[in-house]
Write a protein that binds this ligand. Structure first.
Ligand code: 2PG
Ligand code: MG
Length: 389
């Protein structure tokens, strides 16, 4: 395939914020999401500005030949040359991801393949979904006495993805009823007035019922998103504060008491040492997940492996931008037995590409919410891929 025509435009995400969409050779549009609890180490979203990147792509004139995933290297080289950049990621994570994704969508359409097959047609694994049931923190602004933790998560472990989807939706509906919740937050999770432990015990009791009903193992977890709680060397909760030491005791107590299978960003984004301590404590029974800690950057992942700080990592394509580098990250995780959790952002578009990348890269888990059309776009796409596989 020759890249002959590139169209870019500004579109709105689920929070009505601006983001970029790109189409190559008239094929399906690809777009990037936007985060809110952003990490310090994320690649900036745009070189100069969103408008500048859109204009740059619309003025694209290089005809580049692309016939396989690895040929994205040619695309990245051309960006560097034309925009006078040292590396392609300097073009901005949102603009680079949308462009590369649009190239792959065009390639898939020309070769009569599915998007995931263009990444890797041999991968057949459908990831376990990690669903956001109850919301708090930065994604639930507007409710004064909301939980401090950003996400209360459910992870069903049925063999079939379609069964996991049913279970996740059941848990979501039951938790909503129990909490008498009517409204949802940025990610479609229930918006509630509740303290952290009440929300956690409601989710745990629903989990126990669902395990009985479906006869399937179901885990629960948290995204503490603790960088957003961290001020002046303390974790600031609604009613109290935790020092570095007492944050460790608090989180490890919750892991034991609620048998948590997943804890994301238990500590702020620089604290590899506390992560390592928790990882040792968890002894592989609970996923100790780095999100802001790694920010989908290869070098930070290498550091976390060296210090034994995590046993799982969040991978957000638009935190990095380069799909080639994403592949390197997945390969390193596989080699070092780090579980991979490909993830949406809180401000999403209807692009379902994340589901294809999950399968193409062989992710172990996908975190993309439970409810609302932006999250369902990815979940329904995975259901479709499962049927075809
Ligand atoms: C997170 C993400 C997605 P955001 O913290 O894991 O849930 O949030 O997109 O706002 O960074
Ligand atoms: Mg997170």
């Amino acid at each position: 395939m020759l890249i002959k025509e590139v169209c870019a435009r500004i579109v709105k995400d689920s929070r009505n914020a601006d983001t970029i969409a790109v189409s190559v050779n008239g094929a399906e549009w690809a777009s990037s999401p936007n985060g809110k609890s952003t990490g310090d180490y994320e690649t900036p979203s745009y070189h100069r500005s969103l408008q500048w990147c859109v204009d740059f792509l619309n003025a694209w004139c290089d005809e580049i030949s692309v016939s396989k995933f690895e040929d994205l290297a040619r695309v990245e080289k051309a960006i560097c040359k034309n925009a006078d950049l040292k590396n392609a990621r300097a073009f901005g994570a949102n603009s680079l991801y949308a462009f590369e994704s649009a190239v792959l969508k065009a390639l898939a359409s020309e070769q009569g393949k599915e998007l995931w097959q263009v990444v890797n047609s041999k991968n057949r694994k459908i990831p376990f979904p990690v669903g956001n049931v109850i919301g708090g923190g930065l994604h639930s602004s507007g409710v004064a006495d909301r939980p401090n933790f950003q996400e209360f998560l459910v992870i069903p472990f049925a063999k079939k993805f379609s069964d996991n989807l049913k279970i996740m939706r059941f848990v979501y509906a039951e938790a909503g009823k129990k909490l008498n919740a009517k409204l949802v937050n940025d990610e479609g999770a229930w918006l509630v007035s509740s303290d952290d432990e009440t929300a956690l015990s409601v989710l745990n009791s629903v989990r126990i019922n669902a395990e009985k009903k479906f006869g399937v193992k179901i885990g629960i977890g948290l995204d503490v998103a603790s960088s957003t709680l961290f001020k002046d060397n303390h974790y600031r909760y609604n009613t109290h504060s935790h020092s570095l030491e007492s944050q460790f005791s608090y989180i490890s107590k919750l892991i034991s008491e609620y048998n948590l299978r997943y804890v994301e960003d238990a500590f702020e984004q620089h604290d590899f040492v506390s992560f390592a301590k928790l990882n040792k404590f968890a002894r592989k029974k609970c996923l100790i997940v780095g999100d802001d800690l790694i920010a989908t950057q290869y070098n930070r992942l290498v550091g976390a492996i060296r210090t034994n700080s995590i046993n799982a990592v969040i991978i957000k394509p638009n935190q990095n931008g380069s799909l080639l580098e994403l592949k390197k990250i997945f390969d390193l995780c596989r080699a070092r037995k780090i579980k991979t959790v490909i993830s949406h952002r809180s401000g999403e578009t209807l692009d379902s590409g994340l589901a294809d990348y999950a399968v193409g890269f062989g992710a172990d888990y996908i975190k993309c919410g439970v409810a609302t059309k932006w999250r369902e776009a990815k979940l329904n796409r995975l259901k479709e891929i499962e049927k075809k596989i």
